[in-house]
Design a protein around this ligand. Sequence first.
Ligand code: NAD
Length: 528
Amino acid sequence: MEAATVTELKREYAVRDPATGEEVGRYPLMGRDEVDRAVKRAREAFANWKNSSFKERKRIFLRAAQIIAENAEDYADRIARENGKTRTDAMLADLFPAADLFKYYAKKGEAFLSPVRVSGSILLPGRRAYYVFEPRGVVGAIAPWNYPFSLSAGPVISAVMAGNAVVLKPSSQTTDAGLIVKEILDKAGLPEGVVQVVTGNGAITGQALIEHPDLDMLFFTGSTAIGRQVNIKAAERLIPAVMELGGKDVAIVTKNADLDRAANGVAFGAFTNCGQTCIGTELILVDRAVYEPFVAKLTAVTKRLKTGKRPGQIGSMTMAEQLRIVEDQVKDAKEKGARVVTGGEREPGPGMFFRPTLFLDTTPDMKVRKDETFGPLKPVIPFDGIDEAIEIANSTEYGLSGAVFTRDLVEGRLIASRLKTGSVNINDVLITYAAPSLPFGGAKHSGVGRYHGKMGLRAFTDVKSITEFNWPLKREPYWYPLPENADKVAAAALRAFFIPGILNRIKGIGAAAREIIRAIKSLKKGEA
Ligand code: NAD
């Protein structure tokens, strides 16, 4: 879903500031030829980059983190301008996590990607066995508009640290955020061509990228509907694909919660970035025993939130289409009997500011309960007993993240274990994404695969297993020619190794020894 206006003839598009409607950028709408050129340049650059030393990667990454910090004001302005968010949100949730991920992989990348020695098996006597991580090649990365810098930088940082080249397609609405990622890496000394940015919308530029025959991996962040199409394209080519998709996350407030922390946390999880956060709180589930005091506290916190572009305010929604979905969900909920306790409408004037909204008395058939909202519109729902809360939480098609508020950590862990999601925060919201050491991704229709952390970096590699053997043996006993009783030797060995109990083992070894002697004799006879 993209708002940028496309002038087909000129093959360019304009981007408008969602908060003012002013034009803030104009970019080429790239088609198959430009995408093909970018992939070719990336392929050429990959030939050298894959052999770059970890020392060089580390130097570039530390420099990149420093460049982000030195230019934070300028970058935050540019990100906020095309996205509609506040500068503060851009600093905290776009620039900070990206700088942190640069630094984290600068420090840990080499250790995570060094060969791993493993212990042998009975089939590996005398061998050295290990596996190595090799870059996949050229990665196509597609990013959304909600955290346009962080979610463009994340896959690029991971792919490049693992020795790949990348072609990045940011959302057309937030093209500049993708260009900033490249700008930083260029300034930090990344060789030309390792990261390319293709600008344009999903239907033309995105489609050309996912259909390009010379990609080795796809990394997609966006809606579940488009993610499914991207994953099908990857499957047709049999290339790996990581999918970071939509969500309908819950925050569960139990009767053991610190209600002040819960109200403040839920309000942040629900309304930060104007509610346009994949791992943002969408449904607020509250134990009926504390429902009334909690609603009073949450309403008070929410009423204090003001829309606007100053620090601490709730910025503009980014996309006209997303605003339409929010307004449609408000209408649907009201028609079906839900009650607005605060908010419920758009601010007058230019821009797409929408008041932070809480709904009570919602029912499961309402769109706001079933569909991803991705806006500042949140139902508060009472539950009777944890089973009911879990049932509501797990009943959606999604499984991205979730939050539990309770002072009883045993209860918190139990609830966390029962949520079918890619992450859970206990007495917290959103924070798993911000920790670069934690794998990030979704369950069910919220995604496939993980990034961040050790396993997330390794996802950008092909794993190669290697054995080495160098004893002066002319052949192995199970190579040709095999003795007549080879099956009996194998059966005795299976008994000796896998049937438990010392007697069975002794019997098995005895039988194996007899069969081996027979085998040697039969082989000698064969040679004679
Ligand atoms: P979207 O799926 O509309 O677009 C995402 C990207 O895909 C954009 O760059 C778009 O240009 C591109 N695209 C669109 N059609 C394409 C096609 N046919 N081929 C190739 N590329 C195409 O999503 P959006 O509206 O930008 O972002 C909002 C959605 O993203 C929400 O559902 C949200 O939950 C999800 N999201 C998920 C995560 C996560 O980490 N799981 C993070 C942020 C956002």
